[in-house]
Ligand binder design. Structure first.
Ligand SMILES: *Cc1c(COP(=O)(O)O)cnc(C)c1O
Length: 370
C-alpha cells in the first residue's frame, strides 16, 4: 500500500471529486479544435480590464476595500455583512466547516440541486440529508412538510434559488417558511448564483431583505455567471455580522488576490450596465431557444428558467444519448443532468451567444430531422 493510501482519510481514497464541466472536458484537451462551451453556465464573450498591480510585492488586505465597497453599493447591505470569497464555492465550504462538526453533524439539500453542497459536506465529514424538491405547475418547489421533519436534525440547509439545474426561483413564501422552520436550529443558505437573471432583478426576488428579520440566513452570490467572470474566482457570502465574523476565522488569511480585487471592483462599478445588457440579451436568446425546444418532437418537457440555462427532458434515454453525442461530435458541449434525482433523460444547455445557440440548433436540425 502506498504511503498516501496508508495515511489518507479512508473515505477520501475512493471519493469521486465534483465532476465539474472542466473536469469532464478540459480546455487543454480541446486545444486545436474549436469547441462551443455550453456546459458550465458561463456567460459568452470576454471583458477587458486594465490592471495597475503596482503593489503586487505586498500581501493584499484580508478583504480589499475597493472590492467590499463596490459590492456593498451593489447589494445594499453593510460591509460587516459581506465576505468576499474565492467563488461562491468557497462560501459553501466555509459554512459547512464553520457550523458542522466532522462526523457528527449534517447538512440538508433539496435535490435535484447544485452538486458542490454534497461534495463539500463529504470532504469535511458532514452527513447529507436529502429532501427532494417537488414538481408543480409553477416549477420545482420545496417540500415544506418533509423539511419540518428534519428540524433539529441538521445544522445547515441549502436552498438554491434560482435552482441549478432546475432553473426556477423558489417562491418567496416558501423560503420564508423554511427559514422560520429552522429559526432556532439551523442556518438556511440561499444560493443566489443566478439571481441577476430573474425577470426584473429587484428586492422582490433576492432574499437580502430577510437578513434584517432573521439571523439564521446566509445568501451566496458570485461574479461567475451574470458578470461573466468565472475565471476570476470571486464570490460573496452575505449574512449577519455575527456569521461573517465566524466565517472570517475559518477562511484563508489572504483569500482575494490583488488582481482579482481590482478586476472585480471594476466590474461592479464601471461595468454594471454591461452586465444588465448581457442579462437582457441572454434572456431573449433563452426565450427563443425554449420555444424552439418545445417544438421538437424529441423533446418532452422544457423547464421554465429564471437563470442563464435551459433544462429539457428528452423523449427517451436513447434520444437523450443521441442528442448529447451528436452535439459532442460537433464540438458542442452541453451538460447531462440525467443521473440526478427526478431528471431522467434531462440535458442542460447554457445560454451562449446568439451565434453559438444558432449553431447548436442547426446541428440538431440537420441531423435529427428525416
Ligand atoms: C456556478 C454556481 C456556484 C459557484 O460559483 P463560483 O462563484 O464560480 O464558485 C454556486 N452555486 C450555484 C448554484 C452555481 O450554479
Amino acid at each position: 500500500m502506498s504511503i498516501t493510501k496508508k495515511l489518507a482519510r479512508a473515505e477520501l481514497v475512493d471519493m469521486v471529486p465534483y465532476q465539474s464541466a472542466r473536469r469532464l472536458f478540459s480546455s487543454a484537451e480541446a486545444s486545436g479544435e474549436e469547441k462551443l462551451w455550453l456546459n458550465a453556465n458561463e456567460a459568452p464573450g470576454t471583458g477587458e480590464y486594465q490592471l495597475s498591480c503596482n503593489n503586487i510585492n505586498r500581501y493584499p488586505d484580508f478583504q480589499p476595500d475597493n472590492l467590499l465597497n463596490a459590492y456593498r453599493d451593489y447589494c445594499g447591505l453593510e460591509r460587516s455583512q459581506i465576505l468576499a470569497t474565492r467563488g461562491a464555492d468557497e462560501g459553501i465550504e466555509l459554512i459547512i466547516r464553520s457550523f458542522c462538526r466532522a462526523y457528527q453533524d449534517s447538512i440538508l439539500i433539496c435535490p435535484p440541486t447544485y452538486g458542490m453542497y454534497a461534495i463539500s459536506a463529504e470532504n469535511h465529514g458532514a452527513s447529507i440529508v436529502k429532501v427532494p424538491l417537488v414538481s408543480t405547475a409553477q416549477g420545482m418547489q420545496l417540500n415544506l412538510n418533509a423539511l419540518a421533519n428534519q428540524v433539529g436534525k441538521v445544522k445547515v440547509a441549502f436552498l438554491c434559488s434560482p435552482g441549478n439545474p432546475t432553473g426556477n426561483l423558489l417562491p418567496k413564501e416558501q423560503i420564508i417558511a423554511a427559514i422560520e422552520l429552522f429559526k432556532d436550529s439551523a442556518i438556511v443558505v440561499i444560493d443566489e448564483a443566478y439571481i441577476e437573471y430573474t425577470g426584473e432583478f429587484s428586492s422582490e426576488q433576492t432574499s437580502t431583505s430577510l437578513l434584517k428579520e432573521y439571523d439564521n440566513v446566509v445568501i451566496l452570490r458570485t461574479l461567475s455567471k451574470a458578470f461573466a467572470l468565472a475565471g476570476l474566482r470571486c464570490g460573496f457570502t452575505l449574512a449577519s455580522s455575527d456569521i461573517i465574523t465566524l466565517l472570517s476565522k475559518v477562511i484563508a488569511p489572504y483569500p482575494i488576490s490583488a488582481p482579482v480585487a481590482e478586476i472585480a471592483s471594476l466590474a461592479l462599478s464601471t461595468d454594471l450596465d454591461k452586465m444588465t445588457l448581457r442579462v437582457k440579451n441572454c434572456n431573449k436568446i433563452k426565450a427563443s431557444l425554449s420555444a424552439w425546444l418545445n417544438k421538437q418532437d424529441w423533446c418532452n418537457e422544457v423547464f421554465a428558467s429564471d437563470a442563464n440555462f435551459i433544462l429539457f427532458r428528452c423523449s427517451s434515454l436513447s434520444e437523450k444519448t443521441r442528442i448529447f453525442n451528436l452535439l459532442v461530435s460537433n464540438n458542442i458541449l452541453i451538460r447531462d443532468q440525467s443521473t440526478q434525482m427526478q431528471l431522467e433523460n434531462c440535458l442542460r444547455i447554457s445560454i451562449g451567444s446568439i451565434q453559438e445557440i444558432t449553431q447548436l440548433k442547426e446541428v440538431l436540425l440537420g441531423n435529427l430531422r428525416p
